[in-house]
Each structure stands twice: as C-alpha cells, then as structure tokens.
Write a protein that binds this ligand. Structure first.
Ligand code: NAP
Length: 180
C-alpha cells in the first residue's frame, strides 16, 4: 500500500519526522508532497520547494528512513480541481494523510481514503513557533532534526527570515497599517 502525506514543511521539524515514522508503519511506500511549492521568501513560507526537499531527504537519510518520492505540489486557483492536480503530479496512492481540513475535505469528496495525522507536542513542534523563534533569536535548532538545522544554516535561512520580517514591517509602515 502506498500513502501520500502532504504538508508545507516550513521548515520540516521533529513533529513531522515523528509523523513520517508513524505513517511508515502503516504503508509500504510513502510519497511526501510539498504543498504550496511555488511560494518562498514570505513569513509563512520562507523556504523554496528545493530547499524543503533537501531538508526532508537529509533528515530521513540521517534517521535511516526510506521515502520513495518527495514531490513538489504548487497550489492552483481552483479547489475543486486540486485533487486531480495532485494525482497528476504523483505516483498512484491508496491513502492520504493531511493535517489541513480543506485538503481533507477535497480528498474525501473525490472518494480518496483520508487518515488523520497524529500530532506530537504541537505547542513546541510547530512551523509557526519555529519561525517565530528564528526571528526572535531564540532556540529553534532543538525543534528540528540536526540535518535540517545544517541545511537552514547553509542557506542562511534565519537571516533570510529576518530580512523578510523587516521588508514586511516596512510595507506596513508605508501603508500606514502600523505606527513606527
Ligand atoms: P497547513 O494548513 O499549513 O497545515 C495545517 C496544520 O497541520 C499546521 O498546523 C501544520 O503544522 C500541521 N501539519 C501539517 N503537516 C503535518 C505533519 N506532517 N505533522 C504534523 N503536523 C502537520 O497545511 P498543510 O497540511 O501543511 O499543507 C496542505 C497543503 O495543501 C498546503 O500547501 C495548501 O496550500 C495545499 N492545498 C492547496 C489547495 C489548492 O491549491 N487549491 C487546496 C487545498 C490544499 P506545521 O505548521 O507545524 O507544519
């Protein structure tokens, strides 16, 4: 049986890794789909699809885990066609794992079996919390696999996120949304 797990992985953290380990106990073959693959260099999605693929493949290699496919999946402007778009980009699969309620509904409406992703210590292992810690200069490394921390340092990911934060603040200041 082949499973598909979809997430944005901004960045891939220890919670995601635990999910992958759990899913690998249920399926023989796993596809990891990288959602919103076309988006990068934003506060919510700082890393490119290529960088996310590197993070995931290095982390899995470090753990001795086997994932057969890591596939970037760009968003499309039509939710009713999204599942067909995912199917067109991936090898065939029998079951989908997703934490996103919309993705869950869209797959169910197309008759695809959807399973809940187990969540691990969500307060700590959360992409939002990790990006916040990077911006604030707090410890983020302990929340990601060592291989992911290495990739983020190599690409100067923290510096990128801080620059994006500064440009975002400037945009709001110019628009008058926030006071200096
Ligand atoms: P999301 O809305 O970013 O994630 C939902 C929640 O689930 C987040 O809190 C996320 O945590 C968590 N999560 C996701 N994967 C996880 C995992 N493997 N283990 C633990 N927690 C996990 O959406 P998503 O599930 O990451 O990704 C769904 C993708 O489908 C998105 O890229 C979305 O744009 C795409 N999509 C596109 C269309 C379209 O193009 N029309 C339609 C539906 C969905 P973290 O923040 O910690 O990762």
């Amino acid at each position: 049986m082949r499973g598909l797990i979809i997430g944005r992985y901004q960045p891939f953290h220890k919670g995601h890794l635990e999910v992958v380990k759990c899913v690998l106990k249920e399926v023989d073959d796993l596809i990891i789909g990288i959602g919103s693959a076309q988006i990068s260099h934003t506060l919510e999605n700082p890393f490119t699809a290529g960088e996310r693929i590197t993070m995931i493949s290095e982390a899995l290699k470090e753990e001795g885990l086997k994932c057969h496919y890591i596939i970037p999946i760009p968003d499309i402007w039509n939710n009713s066609l999204w599942v067909k778009h995912v199917i067109a980009l991936t090898p065939s699969f029998n079951v989908v794992y997703t934490g996103n309620p919309l993705a869950r509904r869209l797959f169910m409406e197309e008759g695809v079996e959807v399973r809940e992703v187990p969540m691990f210590d969500r307060r700590k292992y959360s992409g939002t919390e990790i990006r916040r810690r990077m911006i604030m200069g707090e410890d983020w490394e302990s929340l990601v696999p060592p291989a992911v921390a290495r990739v983020i340092k190599q690409i100067k990911g923290v510096e990128r996120l801080r620059d994006i934060t500064r440009s975002d603040e400037l945009t709001h200041l110019r628009r008058g949304d926030i006071s200096p």
